[in-house]
Write a protein that binds this ligand. Structure first.
Ligand code: SF4
Length: 79
């Protein structure tokens, strides 16, 4: 299980999440930041600092946001 960065990050890419992640598992992609789902320790620090509320725990994702978990998996080659 992990946290997931969703649509509000696209073209925002504020980046506060990168600074607070204790395991350095957030990386920038072309259009948004991504969380590596196999390294995230579910601490929630990134969720608290995101200025556009783009970050959710996997269990709390809306159906429409589920593709963002797959997008992150693909970004890190986790398939
Ligand atoms: Fe990093 Fe914690 Fe956010 Fe996971 S929940 S990406 S470990 S800051």
């Amino acid at each position: 299980m992990s946290y997931v960065i969703t649509a509000p990050c696209i073209d925002e890419k504020a980046g506060e999440c990168v600074e607070v992640c204790p395991v350095d598992c957030i990386e920038p992609g072309d259009d948004q930041f991504y969380i590596d789902p196999e390294i995230c320790i579910e601490c929630g620090a990134c969720e608290s600092v995101c200025p556009v509320s783009a970050i959710f725990h996997e269990d709390d994702l809306l159906d429409e946001d589920l593709p963002y978990l797959e997008k992150a998996r693909k970004f890190f080659g986790r398939e």
